[in-house]
Design a binder for this molecule. Structure first.
Ligand SMILES: [Zn+2]
Ligand SMILES: [Zn+2]
Ligand SMILES: [Zn+2]
Length: 270
């Protein structure tokens, strides 16, 4: 596993401790319990800014490795850039544009995302792109062993997030084996107040129309910056959903309404 060349210089939101004033006499009645104030992090709001905003664009990070990165490394410039890294300027050190954390001494099995989450678990870019669960799993495994593969972490996430779907109860009173797909469709449609009677194969929908609609829908949810990944970040305060997790930090203003981006939230569809 690579070693961290620079400690993450992420400054946690520290509240300044107020200077102790003169001692007050004890109040007779108990003071109302102070409600714990929710932090941005509690609310899933990302308000931190990248340390090197000029490296927030993935192509720029990729270009930084050109001619300087050993060809035989299993970690390609693309993999590193995707994981937020640009070339730090010496040896095999790569640095994160967001948290400023550096990683060097790469070994063949190392995954940039895993090492990023292992050494810099507070990084907002890792948490936004890979999710808190990813970081938590890597941190837990890190306490147990050295080598962690991307696959084992992803498998565990799939296991965890896939579970509810598997255990979903079937309709009350209907044995699971009795629920055929057509029955589900009919029931669902009725619940929505639609008439299910004309559904089964009376009119074959125009495939071309459907395909076009599908394409339009896809374009609508694609990131307006890279047009490559799905939009998954809601900008605050304007609320627009136009960017993927990878592109969000490259923007200072919302591309739709030009409002300054003061924070963001990871959105999940479906
Ligand atoms: Zn980072
Ligand atoms: Zn994007
Ligand atoms: Zn906007």
């Amino acid at each position: 596993m690579p070693t961290a060349s620079v400690p993450a210089s992420v400054s946690p939101n520290r509240t300044s401790s107020s200077a102790a004033g003169p001692m007050k006499p004890k109040a007779k009645t108990e003071a109302p319990k102070e409600k714990k104030k929710l932090t941005y992090s509690d609310l899933g709001i990302f308000a931190e800014k990248p340390k090197r905003p000029e490296m927030a664009v993935v192509q720029k990070r990729m270009a930084s490795f050109q001619g300087k990165w050993k060809q035989d490394y299993t970690q390609t410039p693309k993999m590193l850039a995707d994981a937020g890294m640009y070339y730090a300027g010496y040896g095999d050190c790569a640095r994160c544009f967001f948290c400023g954390g550096g990683l060097k001494n790469w070994e063949p099995p190392d995954s940039p995302w895993i090492e990023h989450a292992r050494w810099f678990p507070k990084c907002g870019y890792v948490r936004m792109c890979k999710g808190q669960m990813f970081v938590d799993i890597v941190q837990r495994k890190n306490r147990e062993k050295q080598e962690i593969t991307l696959k084992e972490v992803e498998d565990e996430i799939n296991e965890k997030t896939g579970e509810p779907r598997d255990t979903e109860p079937t309709a009350p009173g209907v044995p699971a084996s009795d629920v055929s797909p057509s029955k589900i469709t009919e029931r669902d449609l009725r619940e929505r107040g639609e008439d299910a009677s004309h559904i089964p194969g009376q009119q074959v929908p125009d495939l071309e129309v459907l395909e076009n609609e599908n394409e339009e829908l896809k374009a609508e949810i694609m990131c307006k910056i890279c047009m490559d990944r799905e939009s998954a970040v809601v900008f605050l305060p304007c609320g627009h959903l136009v960017s993927c997790t990878h592109c969000a930090h490259a923007l200072q203003q919302c591309p739709l309404c030009r409002a300054e981006i003061k924070g963001s939230v990871r959105a999940h569809m479906g």
